[in-house]
Design a protein around this ligand. Sequence first.
Ligand code: ZN
Length: 184
Amino acid sequence: MAVVPILEIPHPILRKRATKIRKIDKGILKTAYDMVDTLQASGGVGLAANQIGNLKRIIVVKTPEIDTTKIYFNPEIIYREGQRTVEEGCLSIPGYKGFITRSVTIRFGAIDHTHKTIKINADELLAQILEHEVDHLNGILFSDHLQKHEKLIPIDYDEELQQDEELNINSDNSISDLPSSIDT
Ligand SMILES: [Zn+2]
């Protein structure tokens, strides 16, 4: 297994729709394990196959609370509920972040690396990551959800702390509860 390069905008593959996997063969598993290694090396929380130049419906997810990186084939958002404002970034749009609207809770389905069909309810960071990664498989980037393009904010790492304090004062709990940097 290997760490592979992560494609960045404006690479055209990031705008393509990934195709459904019919059979989880060795090639698909190898891609998935490369994605696990690549995500772990990046320090991000999620990665979609488009981001390494592969147009199969594969995502990998690693939240701070879990030790292992999860692999999901043919993932889908079955339903979404509620709206909240979240801060988001993307490994394919390095150096930028923005505030966008995501769902409060989702129901998510996929096939895992043992070929088992799974269905889970997710909220908080996990719901955000799953929505972000399934978007990638449909050629959608988080920046598409910005209300205005100017709202894509350059990440100034020196000011991160100060900005976090301001956000807390401005009191949107859904924002201040999140880690300061979410790259997926
Ligand atoms: Zn991303």
